[in-house]
Design a protein. Sequence first.
Length: 75
Amino acid sequence: MDVGSVSTSSTTANAIEGLKKAQSQLEQASQNIASGSQDPQDIVSLSQAATGFKANAAVIKTDDELTKTLLDIKA
């Protein structure tokens, strides 16, 4: 999924920016590890990126559920 092409609420937009940051962090750490780096910070960065993905995905899911609830109330 191309997260750059999605446009919705500001909450979702912020979460998408968080996903992009986590993706960038993941790519940098994985490149470092693949090139032979033995810096423990790279492993920490991988873990932080995974946590960032989970947190931002939860925000998007919650925003979607909230929107659905609000639409159900208005219907």
